[in-house]
Design a binder for this molecule. Structure first.
Ligand code: ATP
Ligand code: MG
Length: 389
């Protein structure tokens, strides 16, 4: 009898011919995430993925809970297809744990139609054996112990407990996007939502030293380190924004600086996305949250790029975002009091309906292209990896 964890795919099951890729990627992600634990064997198959292990179950459970693409997983044992052996082993296991329970119910699933006994027979036979050998009683409505048995083609399985997984798709299935990370509350949550859907991220942060200090960079690194729980290795691009910011402030009316800054950010992000083969740009924007996030503003901002802009939080309200950020533990880092480049000189009356003509006019007043090229040339790259436990 081998210790095994049975991993179920959930949503993947509906994916038809892509299913093979999903399963392969999920197995790869599971293997990578459990790398630090010895004696692990991951065996993917069409219906489930099986994880064999010797020890460290609690640690394994914690890791599996955060792997996207896992619908649920059951903690159990792998048995042969020899009915006498199945009976013996199951009764032994049930007796072992019986002091913790009062009632039971048996669930049998027979995927292997060649198995000589049907589910009904197995249920009755095992129930009578357990009734005879243990103090447990049958309760089909609210059993304290659920005994689940699956008879499959090559093996049979016994398990008592099923744990809910993170759901979504295996990381990497959705390609890669460049995530704009500011250090605020919203963008890390947006990054998490993307990862959960199977999208890999690279992060980009615009820094404006000396207006912003190194505390912001530390904050970004700490946020990404938390996110390595969902994506084991994350590439961070740090792009200097100071000169562009200064140029904008010295040439444009104050009410337009946010619009202009955001357009520059998206221009920079597009260039880096193309260089790094990201399929889109993501941000933490949410409709109506601030002046630059009205539909009018978003339109004027989007105009500078032809890459898809993904805004996972577009319909979320602040309360929901805060709740999620607390759950994924980015909140406490996000609220550390460091300034980011957009909060330093917040204009009194930012435009909620910027005119595209005025915006473009301000952009003719200085050579932003040169500043963009220079900023990209000087970008700094850092890799964040999951802290090895
Ligand atoms: P957040 O809480 O993520 O900072 P916010 O509500 O403060 O968002 P803005 O400051 O308007 O909103 O920024 C909107 C989005 O633009 C952010 O979610 C982020 O994706 C991106 N962004 C803003 N500032 C920066 C920056 N300095 N570097 C990288 N991305 C940024
Ligand atoms: Mg912000």
């Amino acid at each position: 009898m081998k210790n095994v964890i049975i991993v179920r795919y959930g949503e993947l099951s509906t994916k038809g011919k892509n299913k093979k890729d999903f399963i392969r990627l999920l197995a790869k992600n599971i293997t990578a995430s459990l790398k630090g634990i010895e004696d692990i064997v991951v065996r993917p198959s069409f219906d489930h993925t099986y994880i064999y292990y010797q020890d460290h179950l609690d640690e394994i459970i914690d890791i599996l809970k955060d792997i996207s693409g896992i619908h649920s997983f059951s903690l159990g044992y792998e048995l042969s297809l020899d009915y006498e052996e199945i009976k013996q082993e199951i009764t032994k296991k049930v007796l072992e744990i019986s002091p913790h329970y009062s009632t039971f119910k048996i669930f049998v699933k027979r995927a292997n139609k060649a198995f000589p006994y049907n589910s009904d027979f197995i249920t009755r036979d095992l129930a009578s054996l357990i009734l005879k050998n243990s103090p447990l009683k049958v309760d089909v409505h609210q059993p304290s112990l659920e005994i689940k048995i699956e008879i499959r083609m090559e093996n049979s399985y016994l398990y008592f407990q099923t744990i809910k997984g993170a759901g979504g798709y295996p990381l990497g299935v959705g390609g890669k996007v460049l995530m704009m990370l500011s250090g605020g509350i919203d963008s890390p949550v947006a990054a998490y939502l993307l990862m959960k859907r199977g999208v890999n991220i690279e992060a980009i942060h615009f820094a404006s030293p000396p207006y912003t200090n190194s505390g912001v960079i530390l904050k970004i690194k700490d946020l990404l380190t938390i996110l390595t729980k969902y994506q084991p290795r994350i590439k961070l691009h740090i792009v200097r924004f100071t000169e562009l910011q200064d140029a904008i402030y010295s040439h444009a009316d104050e009410s337009y600086v946010i619009t202009l800054m955001r357009r520059m950010m998206f221009r920079l992000a597009s260039k880096i996305a193309k260089k790094t083969h990201a399929l889109g740009i993501a941000s933490g924007e949410s409709i109506g949250q601030v002046a630059s996030q009205t539909l009018d503003s978003l339109g004027v901002i989007n105009e500078v790029t032809n890459l898809p802009i993904i805004r996972p939080l577009i319909t979320y309200d602040k309360e929901e975002i805060i709740k999620l950020s607390k759950r994924i533990q980015t909140y406490d880092i996000s609220i550390r009091p460091y300034e980011d480049c957009c909060t330093i000189f917040t204009p009194k009356n930012p435009k909620t309906k910027p005119s595209i003509d005025k915006t473009k006019y301000y952009e003719t007043l200085f050579n932003y292209q040169e500043l963009i090229d220079k900023a990209i040339l000087e970008e700094e790259i850092i890799y964040l990896s999951r802290e090895e436990d």
